[in-house]
Design a protein around this ligand. Structure first.
Ligand code: GLV
Ligand code: MN
Ligand code: MN
Ligand code: MN
Length: 414
């Protein structure tokens, strides 16, 4: 590789800080739920910056935003970069938006230096990566790659019954382009820069995570139905307490994650208790289950074990009903060898300390990997904390990840 080019780290930092005001919280985080008014504002600012940089913007029917810088050789497929603008309810200033703004910074840098690439290059903001307000998670990239249908995604509703279809229209991002259609053909390569969201790089005092792949995931919606009754008059052995059963399942999900260490994960993160009254035994509990593993077989074994456990609970109390519906599945992902090597080579050429880090989080790159060669770049985040308003990263690390992104992209686009 010739002498590596550098992005403008100060401009990247200022761009992130300015964008982070949209949905900024008192504790220094960001709440910009997918397809909310604030997500709309975040998108508008991104599109404004893309147009300012001379990029051609197109929007598809699930609201994914693509901004293209043309190349000189029309026969070359586009080299893409991207991530997401939406956040968790108590999200940080970097999860997602970093990959989008690092992509924009790469294109701004090419503009500054007057560099023409043979292949066109695009920066993408995928819709609803977080899956917090609407399931499925990684919705925009999932529709784009055909993991599920556009109709399925558009019909998804939030806890208030609002549908993706209507919320997309409200913020002005129900685009015309058919998802999966890319001018000139599918990406020649896709790179996503992201904060690590875990503690590994920080613990090793290294700057760049080369990401070989990501854990597979299965998510479920579970409804436990027991019987509402009086908290004072119903003897302990005559209860059908839905929350007690749900609590046992929460314990089990946690135990499953531990059993499949070091890469097993088991989380119940959302729960609704009905009627949610102090002196009524809960009759219905709705909650989410999120299990993850590095091996597809482990994921299946976790599911089978959970189903057995639930069958046991129902056997012990015939009045207890447990319905479990799978709402997300994707297998463990192995990124493209050439893309992984481009990331590693760029880090090396830049003199940045690096190591391989498997992603425990889902990312849009995981779905993109189904249709195009894909790779990811991680940078450290403070104390490994993410999905938390305290999420933090240094300007130096963020710039380093974007330097790597620039050089990996150039390798494929030159
Ligand atoms: C997405 O943020 C995930 O849950 O991995
Ligand atoms: Mn993310
Ligand atoms: Mn996230
Ligand atoms: Mn994520």
């Amino acid at each position: 590789m010739s002498k590596p080019l550098l992005i403008n780290g100060e401009r990247l930092w200022n761009t992130l800080m300015e964008h982070g005001r949209i949905g900024g919280t008192a504790k220094g985080g960001v709440c910009r739920l997918a397809l909310s008014e604030l997500d709309g504002q975040g998108r508008d600012l991104f599109v404004h910056w893309c147009k300012e940089a001379g990029l051609e913007v197109r929007i598809d029917a699930i609201g994914n935003i693509f901004a293209r810088r043309e190349g000189t050789d029309p026969s070359r497929p586009v080299i893409a970069m991207g991530s997401h603008i939406d956040t968790q309810p108590t999200g940080g200033k970097f999860d997602g938006i970093y990959g989008v703004m690092a992509g924009l910074e790469v294109l701004r840098t090419l503009n500054d230096k007057g560099i023409q690439t043979k292949a066109p290059i695009e920066v993408i903001a995928w819709t609803n990566e977080e899956g917090s307000r609407f399931v499925p998670v990684m919705m925009g990239s999932g529709v784009f790659t055909g993991a599920f249908t556009l109709e399925h995604a558009l019909a998804a509703t939030d806890v208030d019954g609002l549908a993706v279809q209507d919320e997309l229209r409200k913020i002005g991002y129900a685009g015309e382009v058919s998802p999966g259609q890319v001018p000139g053909g599918m990406f020649g390569a896709y790179f996503e820069a992201h904060i690590e969201q875990g503690p590994v790089l920080e613990a090793h005092e290294l700057t760049i995570g080369v990401v070989p792949g990501a854990l597979g995931q299965r998510w479920y919606d579970v409804v436990v139905t027991g019987q509402e009754s009086h908290a004072g008059t119903t003897p302990m052995d005559l209860r059908h307490d839905a929350l007690l059963a749900a609590s046992r399942i929460v314990e089990k999900v946690n135990a499953l994650g531990r059993h499949f260490a070091p890469y097993g994960r088991g989380t119940v993160g959302y729960m609704q208790v009905l009627p949610n009254s102090r002196n009524t035994i809960p009759g219905t509990v709705k909650f989410s289950v999120d299990i993850r593993a590095l091996d597809d077989g482990d994921l299946l074994a976790m599911e089978a074990d959970l189903k057995d456990f639930i069958a046991g609970l129902q056997k012990a109390d015939a009045r207890l009903q447990v319905d479990m519906k799978q709402v997300v599945y994707f297998p463990p992902c192995h990124f493209d060898e050439a893309c992984i090597e481009s990331v590693r080579a760029a880090a090396q050429a830049l003199g940045l300390g690096h190591m391989d880090v498997v992603s425990g989080a889902g990312h849009d790159a995981v779905y993109v990997a189904d249709v195009a060669p894909a790779g990811m770049i991680f940078v450290p985040c403070k104390d490994g904390i993410s999905h938390n308003e305290a999420e933090d990263a240094t300007p130096e690390h963020l710039a380093a990840g974007a330097h790597v992104l620039l050089n990996a992209v150039l390798k494929h686009a030159s």
